[in-house]
Design a protein around this ligand. Structure first.
Ligand code: TYD
Length: 141
């Protein structure tokens, strides 16, 4: 079986132009990221103590970018937790489906931009951790 590098979460360096006028970063569907961008949303006005996420997705893939400030994304594959610190607008964290995620440790003026592979469907969410674990285990067997 071909090893698909996009089976796992990873930081992706985004295409960026910088000159003395400033910096410009862009993201295109299916270039550097393995999906069509069908939805964009962003989190802002985040209290430092805020905890976001607390769910996993059945099918959805996402790219999360700290376009301002910094925050942490903790990803859990059901066995191992990995913490990614996002603090640069020219890097995105790619998250495949079936990873439980939590976002916390927001700095002042943090903005989390999320590019998603599909529209918002509540039935794509696992909001119950035990349910997520059961289905993740079944996928592995
Ligand atoms: P929620 O899933 O709690 O956000 P987070 O990922 O930060 O935990 O979403 C908050 C509310 O917003 C919830 O009622 C669903 C709604 N929502 C949409 O309507 N469309 C969207 O694209 C998203 C991401 C959320």
């Amino acid at each position: 079986m071909t090893k698909n590098i996009f089976n796992r979460p990873q930081m992706i360096k985004l295409n960026t132009y910088e000159d003395d006028r400033g910096a410009l970063t862009y993201v295109e569907s299916n270039q550097l990221i393995p999906f069509d961008i069908k939805r964009v949303y962003y989190l802002y006005d985040l209290p430092r103590s805020s905890i976001r996420g607390g769910h996993a997705h059945k099918e959805l893939s996402q790219l999360i970018i700290a376009i301002s400030g910094s925050f942490d994304v903790i990803l859990d594959d059901g066995q191992i937790k990995q913490c990614f610190s996002l603090n640069r607008p020219d890097f995105g964290l790619y998250i495949p489906c079936m990873f439980w995620r939590e976002l916390n440790n927001f700095s002042t003026n943090a903005i989390s931009l999320v590019l998603a592979s599909d529209l918002y469907y509540e039935n794509d969410y696992y909001r119950d951790y035990e349910h997520f674990l059961m289905d993740k285990q079944e996928l592995k067997e």
